[in-house]
Design a protein around this ligand. Structure first.
Ligand SMILES: Cc1ncc(COP(=O)(O)O)c(C=O)c1O
Ligand SMILES: [Zn+2]
Length: 442
């Protein structure tokens, strides 16, 4: 028997402060506050928050997964954990970008890469959410689940839920990558490829959930997703001894910044972190509704009600389907977080993503996927826009590796020479490519 009895945590509605005692109650009310109907709750723990200090000050290499923070994650019994050792990943120092910032813009900064491409589950940022979702569902005896996803969430949930013996139906938009579809399917989970965009996939998933009484993943404020991703902040502190003052991430729905903010709330009384980072969130140019709304609001000096004014794109055409959220329903939440932090919402030219990924692979041997290249593109653009300053310590979320996108990987080819005899060959010096690879950024 799984144990879902609960005194460890409860939920508090962000809107009306109503308390919900556990996941059973939360699920039974359709993952909405029974009093006001809103779907954003905070998870509150009964554990003494000073315990956080022990966890964060422990820089042992024995820490293997985000379950190190079990005391502050919404699961009661460790035996329900479904994990592939995710969420405790390398943080690299990308000196090649530091050098570039110094040479081109005379900016002295530190650049960290948060290596989600190395997550053991499915190699993306979304493994953190998947380990918590699969474990909570197992603990609560849920046998079937559904999710609408642009790709990476689908993959991660497919694998972790399969491991937990839970059946999953995934609703993907028509432009979702074949590789995503294949991965979900290979775990024996159901794929519904919807003849429309992500918004339509979400709509049909919601109808499916209602008609067949299947629990549906509830999106960017889902307490399971938020609580799992808040661990990022603690990991930075645990590994680096500090929280970087700038955080750059590719932006789709914005679970990342929502979760980091929640992490701050959890530990604010401990006074171990001075301030939240400036969020620099980056959308791909093919689908950048939040950027459009933000830039418009900024140009008008953020007039009354600015955060409610955002466009909705039907069937957005982006080379990064993983980030193609055309209806940015979370914009009011994200935009406020970004503004309070002194940050920016910008866009990255999609036509540069291959150049970015080639450059990173050349300089680091790390091959990043298109959604991760959007974040790195955000670094270059923020330098150009003057959004990065002397002394900044920048954490860039490398959210996925290149294996996520095989077609994109094919575009990484640039050193091939077709030959018919040894006479066509020559001595080779790989550094001869360096100038060519840097050219698009100078
Ligand atoms: C690699 C990668 N980076 C960033 C994101 C954006 O995540 P969010 O906007 O939900 O924080 C995603 C979402 O699918 C992703 O797969
Ligand atoms: Zn409420």
């Amino acid at each position: 028997m799984s144990d879902s009895s609960n005194s460890k945590f409860h939920f508090v509605c962000r809107n009306c402060k109503h308390e919900i005692s556990d996941f059973k109650e939360w699920f039974s009310y359709g993952q909405k506050c029974p009093k006001c109907g809103k779907n954003w709750v905070d998870t509150v723990y009964s554990q003494d928050i000073n315990k956080y200090k022990d966890l964060i000050l422990n820089n042992s290499t024995e820490v293997k997964s985000l379950w190190h923070y079990f005391d502050f994650l919404p699961l009661n019994d460790k035996k329900n954990i479904i994990s592939y050792n995710e969420g405790v990943i390398d943080i690299d120092n990308w000196t090649f970008l530091e050098k570039f910032a110094k040479e081109q813009y005379n900016i002295d900064c530190t650049v960290y890469a948060y290596r989600n491409d190395d997550n053991y589950g499915t190699g993306t940022f979304k493994d953190a959410a998947a380990t918590l979702v699969a474990s909570v569902l197992k603990e609560n005896n849920i046998k079937e689940y559904a999710v609408a996803s642009t790709g990476n969430v689908a993959n991660a949930f497919a694998r972790y839920l399969a491991e937990a013996g839970i059946s999953l139906s995934v609703f993907i938009p028509n432009d979702a990558l074949k590789a995503n579809e294949a991965e979900v399917s290979s775990y024996g989970q159901r794929v519904y490829r919807v003849d429309g965009d992500y918004a339509k996939a979400k709509k049909i998933a919601a109808e499916y959930s209602k008609k067949y009484n299947v629990l549906l993943s509830s999106g960017n404020t889902d307490p399971m997703r938020v609580e799992s991703k808040k661990v990022m902040l603690f990991e930075w502190l645990r590994k680096l001894g500090e929280v970087p003052n700038v955080y750059i991430q590719a932006l789709s729905g914005g679970t990342g910044p929502i979760a980091i903010n929640k992490a701050f709330d959890d530990v604010k009384d401990l006074c171990i972190i001075k301030q939240s980072p400036r969020y620099i969130l980056v959308q791909p140019s093919g689908c950048a509704p939040m950027t459009e709304a933000w830039q418009k609001a900024k140009a008008k000096n953020f007039p009354e009600g600015w955060e409610k004014d955002y466009p909705i794109y039907d069937n957005p055409k982006s080379k990064v389907p993983t980030l193609a959220t055309g209806n940015p329903a979370t914009y009011p939440i994200i935009a406020k977080i970004v503004k309070d932090s002194g940050g920016e919402i910008i866009e990255c030219d999609e036509d540069k993503l291959v150049d970015i990924s080639r450059l990173v692979a050349f300089e680091t041997t790390i091959r990043i996927g298109p959604a991760a290249a959007v974040a790195v593109g955000g670094f270059f653009d923020s330098l150009k826009n003057g959004d990065l300053k002397n002394g900044d310590r920048i954490m860039m979320n490398i959210g996925e590796g290149v294996r996520r996108a095989p077609d994109f990987m094919k575009e990484m080819i640039y050193t091939t020479k077709n030959i018919s005899s040894v006479d066509d060959c020559e001595n080779y010096d790989r550094s001869s490519y360096r100038d060519q690879l840097w050219k698009p950024f100078k």
